[in-house]
Design a protein around this ligand. Structure first.
Ligand SMILES: *Cc1c(COP(=O)(O)O)cnc(C)c1O
Length: 357
């Protein structure tokens, strides 16, 4: 494998106040970059200062959206290690998204090595409080200077790092979600199961309308019948009905979350009755009416588990578990967060130590 070159910044930044980090605003001093050219493959892996870069205005990514991304996290353990969670699973999904967007695969080992070197170099930016992390954003863009629809012959991969504040600044509060019945996010046969920018651009109208009505997020229904539940904006969704833990099956239009997989693996180990199946919005509202809807929560890297306290659909509202965090959501959150911050043993080999702090 090609040696990763390192060019250090001459203008080191300061780490912002840990309590004011928020999400996605601050970036560390360096980034990992690699280029692709047809015939040559991925080449020139390097760590360089985090700064602006040049592309021609004709670069293909600006016009036809050939791009993919990932989102994962690094944590500071109570015994002062910098660790990452299920990195290889995220990087394998990166390749799955690449396949869908006709972007050449990357070598998981090579990208992981670049990431680990970058984290080691910028480890002083890792916040320490429970709930804080470094959010890791790998992405690939098509760079051919050509205005025409085709798949590019050149690409650039980046990994940038963003120190992030605790997701639950006000504690573990259930969110209100609006079930979208006009717009759709994705359809089977489309690109819904790829982490690609177009899916998020396509979600903005619905998100704006939900915010306008006072809801934090949108719950998407299937694009054909507008009947079966798919997922939330950047989270997969779970319902507990009559002691059955249900999440929609991966049908080609849903993003297969790593946190979703973690939740399923844990719940099955705990002996819960777990189903990946079609679940209609009528079933959820009927369960709320007859008293068998016990919990609802989202799963995603950003918040791990996000309890849902209210659902609104065509003007009807249901309140779930008295708008309180339920026991399953709490238990899952405690187990995953405990494993990530090293207060619980890593029974599944999900955690890798990158460096001591
Ligand atoms: C990233 C994402 C998720 C959650 O995936 P995780 O791997 O758990 O973070 C769910 N849905 C969408 C649309 C996403 O982009």
């Amino acid at each position: 494998m090609t040696e990763i070159s390192i060019q250090k910044t001459t203008r080191p930044g300061t780490m912002p106040d840990e309590d004011k980090l928020g999400f996605g605003t601050y970036f560390t001093d360096h980034m990992f970059v690699m280029d692709y050219q047809t015939g040559k493959g991925w080449h020139s892996p390097r760590i360089v200062p985090y700064e602006e870069f040049c592309l021609f205005p004709s670069a293909m990514v600006y016009h036809y959206g050939q791009a993919i991304f990932e989102g994962m996290k690094a944590f500071k353990t109570h015994d002062d290690r910098l660790v990452v969670f299920r990195t290889r699973d995220y990087l394998q999904r990166f390749n799955r998204s690449a396949d869908i967007l006709c972007i050449p695969n990357t070598d998981v080992d090579q990208v992981q090595e670049g990431l680990f070197k970058l984290l080691e170099l910028d480890k002083r930016f890792l916040p320490g409080k429970l709930g804080t992390s470094i959010y890791i954003r790998p992405f690939i863009i098509a760079t051919d200077p050509f205005v025409g629809v085709k798949s590019s012959d050149t690409y650039r991969l980046f990994i940038i790092l963003s120190p992030s504040g605790t997701y639950y600044a006000q504690g573990f509060n259930p969110v209100g979600i609006r079930v979208e019945d006009k717009y759709v996010r994705a359809v089977p046969g489309g690109i819904g199961e790829a982490k690609t920018p177009g899916n998020y651009a396509a979600s903005l109208r619905a998100q704006v309308e939900a915010k306008h009505e006072g809801y934090a997020q949108v719950l998407w229904l299937d694009g054909v019948e507008r009947k079966y539940i798919e997922e939330v904006g950047t989270m997969n969704i779970f319902f507990k009905i009559n002691d059955e833990l249900i999440t929609p099956e991966l049908n080609g239009s849903i993003l297969g979350g790593i946190t979703r997989r973690t939740v399923l693996e844990l719940a099955r180990e705990w002996g819960m009755n777990v189903s990946e199946r079609k679940i209609s919005i009528d079933e959820v509202f009927a369960a709320a009416e007859n008293g068998t809807l016990q919990e609802a929560f989202g799963s995603g890297t950003a918040a791990v588990i996000s309890p849902v306290g209210e659902l609104s659909w065509k003007g009807k509202k249901i309140i779930i578990n008295n708008n309180q965090t339920g026991p399953t959501a709490q238990k899952l959150f405690d187990e995953v967060a405990g494993t990530q911050y090293g207060t619980l043993p890593d029974k599944h080999g999900w955690v890798s130590t990158v460096t001591k702090l």
